[in-house]
Design a protein around this ligand. Sequence first.
Ligand SMILES: Cc1cc2nc3c(=O)[nH]c(=O)nc-3n(C[C@H](O)[C@H](O)[C@H](O)COP(=O)(O)OP(=O)(O)OC[C@H]3O[C@@H](n4cnc5c(N)ncnc54)[C@H](O)[C@@H]3O)c2cc1C
Length: 377
Amino acid sequence: MPKRYDVIVVGLGGMGSAAAYHLARRGRTVLGLEQFTAAHALGSSHGGTRIVRQAYFEDPAYVPLLLRAYDLWDEVRDLSGVELFTRTGGLYVGRPDTALVAGSRSAAREYGLAHDVLDATQIRDRYDFRVSDDEVAVLETHAGFARPELTVSTHLDLAARSGADLHFTEPVRSWSATRGGVRVETAAGDYEAGRLVLTAGAWAPSVVPDLGVPLEVERQVLFWFQPIEGAEAYEQFPIWIWEDPGGQQLYGFPAIDGPDGGTKLAFYRNGAATDPDHVDRHVRPDEVRFIQDYVQKRIPGLAATFLRAAACLYTNSPDLDFVVGPHPAHDNVVVAAGFSGHGFKFVPLMGEVLADLAERGTTRHPIGLFDPARFAG
Ligand SMILES: Cc1cc2nc3c(=O)[nH]c(=O)nc-3n(C[C@H](O)[C@H](O)[C@H](O)COP(=O)(O)OP(=O)(O)OC[C@H]3O[C@@H](n4cnc5c(N)ncnc54)[C@H](O)[C@@H]3O)c2cc1C
């Protein structure tokens, strides 16, 4: 008889690695199955850095979840001794009525999050940003960046230390659920468990085809540039997002790898639809030129020399809110998908939420916004 697990987790990227850790730490027997290697660069959780912030312009309903996420970021650091999340502050620039500035301010005010508001002169005095006179910035004190590959590998290490069985380069071919439990089939064999957690990222449309949510996978490019001068100043930068009057958001990070490592920049949401198994990973010269021209007009010294680029995948839900909860047709199957390009800062919290849902079918955290059934009918 094969070993029967309490829970099988399919997909050990950001969300799945954290779920496996929380479940194993609670004493559950866990099998984690991943189609690629640990902390690989073919999904959504690679590229060195991810913005972490609390003054959530997208919707203040995310803030209580982020307050708990911060506790858990610290807990994982304390348990592992690994610095996964670095606080740098966060600068959100634009006209006062942009979604970014208006939304961050109102979330910060509603939840009493530490922040300052800078006018155009103050922004120009402190940063090399060519803002126009009608632009302002929200400077959020407790924002920063997380390191995605290190976060995934640390959660995997902690899960294994708590007894989880983790199998890599073992793609799941199919799964089924009955009242008695779940069965999962891979090339290496069949496995059984009481519960199933599906955290397949950009592969969710094929792994959970009957979810009833039209998820769209989008190719997004990350760019690294060498600043022209004053690289030391860029090392001290906060993370930043700048929304132009057309609603396009550009964001960037401090130069975290010293003067030669360059600084990472990207647009938020301007990718093309793709399929995770046929992504064009080659970044074209016209894509590099476009962002370089855009940045040089606004932050002249930042994007002097192109260093490298990488493709990454967003998995967008129709309303860009996450899709997390019990599978509509199987109450012993939990799904977490559709993180729509803004999920990473929630990774430790999602581990706790998914462990709650797998154990009890419910969680104390306010995740009503993410109900998979919201698109039914
Ligand atoms: C360019 C870019 C920038 C981003 N910036 C930010 C940011 O600044 N801040 C932020 O909060 N978020 C950001 N995000 C979003 C965030 O990174 C994602 O929401 C998050 O990584 C999603 O995690 P996931 O676990 O759903 O997906 P992944 O980490 O990709 O994990 C899914 C895993 O499932 C595995 N899998 C799939 N199918 C199978 C199968 N059949 N069998 C076995 N394994 C399978 C995959 O191989 C993969 O490892 C960004 C994303 C990108 C691409």
